[in-house]
Design a protein around this ligand. Structure first.
Ligand code: FAD
Length: 329
């Protein structure tokens, strides 16, 4: 099989965390397949992004430089990546299930007349036929499908937090600079400006404290905020999340929702308050390093996956926790 490509996203001199996770997954997979894992960076001046991407121990970095690739013009990016694929004929092409991956992946697969599996949770190799086995949630997250496709390159987009982020290494990968043969005609839709929006980035928190339908009054989220304030003195970035019913009641914005249709997170600690542990919620937080649940129902599902469970009313437990933390500080 030919080498594996992975699209690396670099913004303001920093490799996107999802790309670092992709590097980890691709690196393990390339060893299993016995092929090189090569990063691809695209833009109008990729010298710095390529140099940064070269410090994570991949085999090569392809640097696609072209004035039309400045900003993010999906049509131009698809044409440039198609051009690259026709040059290097990769066996596998992976992207993050990010805004960029979701825009570029399907169009590129269509141009290359191959298949794309989106939103994958894991990747492995079938030893029988050497095909990539991609797992992804189906039926609203109630089942996991294992998918194999014969088209080449084998393409997939990978969900964030599917792998641990890659760390920097001492050695630098070889950088191959290329100027793709693309023209203005490739661009049918132009991005005129980027609208910056303030969003809550739950996946950047060290600790997430989430409230669910068990929280009786909107004002009671103040108790969770008091706990977050007390914990942030020792645990860094502590943020408030929630389950879907809380968003449905318009008590919280949707960017705070954890779960299948919300954000998938893997913080150091996750505290679920008044949350039962429905599968659609669990898929969003099950990779948290430590899970604490506070619930009045000892039989609820969340206790089956919690490291620490407290059976009780949050109105008693949360203020007591805050008091204890404050006494210790
Ligand atoms: C396609 C699809 C996608 C979905 N996506 C998501 C998603 O992304 N995220 C998500 O969260 N859900 C999602 N859902 C909804 C999901 O199925 C559940 O309905 C939801 O997660 C339940 O939220 P909850 O645990 O807060 O509420 P409930 O299941 O009603 O649980 C409330 C819990 O609070 C406890 N409680 C009550 N009073 C107290 C008290 N005083 N103190 C302590 N505990 C108390 C109860 O014992 C109970 O366990 C989705 C559903 C579908 C069909």
């Amino acid at each position: 099989m030919n080498e594996m490509l992975l699209l690396v996203e670099v913004k303001d001199g920093i490799v996107d965390k999802k790309s670092l996770e992709l590097m980890r997954g691709a690196s393990a997979l390339s060893k299993e397949l016995g092929v090189a894992a090569c990063a691809v960076v695209a833009g109008s001046d990729t010298a710095k992004p390529a140099e940064i991407s070269a410090s994570f121990g991949l085999d090569k970095v392809y640097r696609l430089d072209h004035p039309l690739l400045g900003g993010f013009q999906p049509d131009a990016w698809v044409s440039a990546l198609e051009w690259l694929c026709r040059q290097v004929k990769p066996g596998v092409f992976l992207m993050s299930h990010s805004f960029v991956g979701k825009e570029v992946g399907p169009r590129l697969a269509c141009r290359l007349k191959t298949n794309l599996t989106t939103d994958c949770l894991s990747l492995s190799v079938d030893p029988g036929d050497g095909l990539l086995v991609r797992t992804k949630p189906i039926y609203g997250g109630n089942a996991i499908a294992a998918v194999k496709c014969e088209g080449v390159p084998q393409m997939a987009t990978i969900r964030k937090n599917a792998f641990e982020p890659m760390e920097e290494v001492q050695s630098q990968s070889a950088i191959i600079a290329m100027v793709p043969e693309i023209g203005e005609g490739a661009i049918r839709v132009k991005s005129l400006r980027t609208v910056e929006q303030e969003v809550v980035e739950l996946d950047k928190a060290n600790v997430v404290i989430s409230g669910g339908r068990g929280i009786e009054e909107k004002e009671d989220f103040g108790m969770l905020e008091a706990l977050a304030a007390a914990m942030s003195k020792t645990h860094g970035n502590v943020m408030i999340g929630c389950s879907r019913p809380v968003v449905d009641k318009c008590w919280m914005s949707s960017d705070r929702q954890v779960g299948l249709t919300g954000t998938i997170i893997a913080p150091d600690a996750y505290i679920a308050v008044g949350i039962s542990g429905a599968i659609q919620h669990l898929v969003g937080m099950i990779r948290s390093k430590k899970i604490v649940a506070i619930n009045t129902d000892p039989g609820c599902n969340i206790f089956k996956i919690a490291d620490y469970g407290v059976v009780g009313d949050y109105r008693d437990i949360v203020p007591a926790l805050v008091q204890k933390l404050e006494e210790q500080q």
